[in-house]
Design a protein around this ligand. Structure first.
Ligand SMILES: *[C@@H]1O[C@H](CO)[C@@H](O)[C@H](O)[C@H]1NC(C)=O
Ligand SMILES: *[C@@H]1O[C@H](CO)[C@@H](O)[C@H](O)[C@H]1NC(C)=O
Ligand SMILES: *[C@@H]1O[C@H](CO)[C@@H](O)[C@H](O)[C@H]1NC(C)=O
Ligand SMILES: *[C@@H]1O[C@H](CO)[C@@H](O)[C@H](O)[C@H]1NC(C)=O
Length: 384
């Protein structure tokens, strides 16, 4: 690697090793689990209470993206029951594909040139503003999706340059971005158990580094998924370090971290999504699994379990070996699969998610149900 001109090639080859997927998992606003581009098809697995058996509903339809890149990412626009899909077409890397989950239909939003390089960018979709924030080559950009809601416009949209971080050094930084409370938490900038913060509503780089109590999450590249609330903005996000050493849930209300089991297969190329009560992982090695989660429970018995309803779906292996052995500086993030918290149209007192078909609740009943499901899941594993 003496020649400078070789460096980009070198980075590119490592990047393809770390990148997952031409497929992604996401939730719709009713917390149905959606799986895009598994064997060229898209599926709806329903809500968490139904994942233990049965078959998913196929929702493949026209207008979907080609899903021919190595780094597709999906984001729920909770207010609009839409899933935005980025970097899903090699020949149109900047286009934003919009899946209207209410009507199972697609539209394609064209984007003017001059924005971030979407093939290497990492993004979050802000909960309250429905604006994408994307980091590429140490620079932050924003794209306002709010006027579009669940359908593309015939007019192209334009990225806005936000600027470079002033609170940490971003040169060569592989972004790890956790969204909660409309703040972007940049991990792996300031050491273990710490984050640097960008305050979205004030477009402000907070000068102070934030420290979290509890188990220290490692200073490492990884993936992030924001955890929904039954109502309002996210308060927690889950961090999955590339080495698979654990799952760390960071609570930005009380500045604490809790540690949960890492995914059953260490796969730096896995991708993630979260609802209120589940963290979901999609890996070419272990398929689609989930970790039941309770924000107010102790989660001590929680285990990763296969989503049986999607047992036949395995994302295609990434190019390269993608075996979780890519924690070095060359790894490229596949982006955060950040799910914004729910805008409640339901009852906060029930903690429900306004789902009329058995949605997850965050009360005691849900906790019991979850552990029931977990028990069944564990039994299932034992029986096999
Ligand atoms: C969390 O940290 C922030 C920033 O340091 C601070 O303003 C806030 O009071 C902390 N919250 C708690 C509950 O300590
Ligand atoms: C932080 O808040 C979460 C959610 O309410 C709670 O489960 C957790 O125990 C709290 N942690 C600390 C250290 O207070
Ligand atoms: C990483 O890869 C090297 C060489 O292929 C192998 O020897 C090593 O055991 C791997 N480490 C992990 C954590 O997989
Ligand atoms: C649910 O919401 C409705 C309409 O807002 C309200 O009338 C009702 O009291 C709520 N139920 C509970 C249990 O909070």
């Amino acid at each position: 690697m003496k020649s400078l001109t070789l460096v980009p090639l070198f980075v590119a080859s490592l990047a393809s090793t770390a990148l997952a997927a031409s497929s992604c998992v996401a939730f719709d606003s009713n917390f149905n689990l959606l799986a895009f581009n598994y064997g060229g098809k898209d599926y709806n697995a329903g809500t968490q209470d139904s994942w233990g058996s049965g078959t998913p509903t196929e929702i493949t339809t026209s207008g979907r993206p080609k899903f021919d890149t190595d780094g597709v990412t999906c984001y729920l626009a909770q207010f609009y029951n839409a899933v935005y899909v980025l970097n899903a077409d090699k020949s149109n890397p900047s286009s934003v594909y919009i899946f209207d989950a209410a009507s199972n239909s697609w539209s394609t939003q064209s984007v003017n040139a001059g924005g971030p390089d979407m093939s290497s960018a990492v993004s979050i979709l802000d909960h309250d503003t429905n604006v994408f924030y994307t980091m590429s080559s140490a620079k932050l950009w924003s794209l306002d999706m709010d006027p579009l809601k669940a359908k593309a416009s015939s007019d192209a949209v334009t990225w806005n340059a936000v600027g470079t971080p002033t609170s940490f050094k971003a040169d060569g930084y592989q972004p790890v971005m956790g969204l909660a409370q409309n703040h972007i938490h940049f991990l792996n900038t300031a050491g273990a158990g710490k984050a640097d913060i960008f305050v979205i509503h004030f477009s402000y780089w907070q000068p102070e580094t934030q420290t979290y109590s509890g188990p220290e999450f490692p200073a490492q590249h990884g993936q992030v998924a924001s955890i929904f609330q039954s109502e309002g903005v996210q308060q927690e996000f889950a961090f999955f370090p590339d080495d698979g050493s654990g799952t760390f849930v960071i609570n930005v209300e009380n500045n604490s971290t809790r540690s949960l089991p890492g995914p059953s297969v260490k796969d730096a190329a896995a991708t993630y999504a979260a609802s209120i009560t589940a963290l979901v992982s999609s890996s070419s090695q272990s398929g689609i699994q989930y970790l039941p989660y309770s924000q107010n429970g102790d989660n001590s018995g929680a285990k990763w379990t296969k989503v049986e309803k999607l047992a036949n779906l395995t994302p295609p292996p990434s190019s390269g070996n993608g075996n979780g052995n890519t924690t070095g500086t060359g790894g490229k993030s596949t982006g955060t699969n950040t799910a914004p918290g729910s805008k409640s149209t339901g009852n906060s007192s029930t903690g429900g998610n306004n789902n009329n078909n058995g949605g997850m609740k965050v009360g005691k009943g849900a906790t019991a149900g979850m552990f029931g499901a977990l028990l069944l899941g564990s039994l299932g594993v034992l029986l096999i």
